[in-house]
Design a protein around this ligand. Structure first.
Ligand code: GUN
Length: 288
């Protein structure tokens, strides 16, 4: 018996449709159309595709979008100045700086310049801190997309053993926090974890974001586990997730494919955050 596929493409489509409906109501009530500004520095081809996809997703949701394509030679200060201009531009609701940035730039400083209310990646320390406390309004897109997908398939979370492999600020740490806030028992593993297989075999829900092609093999998976693969590893043989998909899908009850799994959810959640940001700003403007 093979695992059921967690279809990111389908769930993302439903999320976008819901965001589109809500955005229409928001526009009717406020006269405003949500607007996302995306900044890209340099000409990394993968980043250019991601940025194009974000623009297309905005169109599908009825949002406005702006793209700022800056040359590789842009200075840190020039980027900061652009972000500050967008922070004070009332037409712009969400600001996203596509990563990776060129090596001469300091990413954490950039993340701190973005207005937390416009921070649709939820990378600003104020937003990452709110995730810890459990009152965040803007959630990081990939972790939020994982939970959205589990919910779409009505996979129970409360009380279950969740093992997260990978401790990045982008995925591992925040998804561990979100699973904890839903009352899972969470174990966070990483590259220095001893006896990794012994721990992953305990998982009812196994979330892998380590960035190594096919490193989670079928023997590391508990029969019937839910397996969420966040990895996108480009190799000479093609694109692979962090999970050895074919044998793993014989063992799991549910599994995400790569591509077509978690990746699809990330942009859908970015759209949800852009609408949420527009609502936060509209509320604040009303109070002022
Ligand atoms: N590069 C790859 N994924 C992402 C993301 O989610 N946000 C940003 N800003 N850059 C990325």
């Amino acid at each position: 018996m093979g695992a059921q596929i967690l279809d990111g493409k389908e769930v993302a489509k439903k999320v976008r449709a819901q965001v589109r409906r809500e955005a229409k109501i928001f526009t009717e009530q406020t006269g405003q159309t949500p607007c996302l500004a995306v900044i890209i520095v340099g000409e990394d081809p993968a980043s250019q595709i991601y940025v194009k996809n974000k623009k297309l997703a905005c169109e599908k949701c009825g949002f406005l979008s702006r793209e700022y394509a800056l040359p590789e030679t842009t200075t840190q200060q020039e980027l900061i100045d652009l972000i500050r201009t967008l922070n004070s531009d009332a037409q712009v609701n969400g600001i996203l700086v596509q990563q990776p940035l060129p090596k001469h730039m300091n990413v954490s400083q950039i993340n701190e310049v973005i207005d937390p209310d416009k921070d649709v990646d939820a990378f600003h320390p104020v937003n990452t801190g709110k995730i810890m406390i459990g009152n965040a309004q803007l959630l990081p897109c990939t972790p939020a997309g994982i939970l959205e997908m589990l919910d779409a398939y009505e996979i129970p979370i409360e009380g279950r053993e969740c093992v997260v492999v990978g401790r990045s600020n982008l995925v591992g740490k925040p998804v561990a926090m979100l699973m904890l806030s839903r009352n899972a028992t969470v174990t966070l593993c990483h590259s220095r974890t001893r006896d990794l297989a012994e721990i992953t075999r305990r998982a009812d829900i196994l979330i892998v974001a380590i960035g190594r092609a096919r490193m989670i093999t079928a023997d590391m998976i508990k029969p019937g586990a839910v397996v969420v693969d966040v990895g996108v590893n480009r190799t000479e043989a093609g694109i692979f997730g962090d999970v050895d998909f074919v044998p793993a899908s014989e063992k799991a009850s549910y599994i995400t494919p790569v591509p077509g799994g978690v990746g699809r959810m990330t942009i859908a959640m970015l759209m949800r955050n852009t609408l949420a940001a527009a609502k936060i700003q509209a509320q604040k403007n009303k109070k002022e």
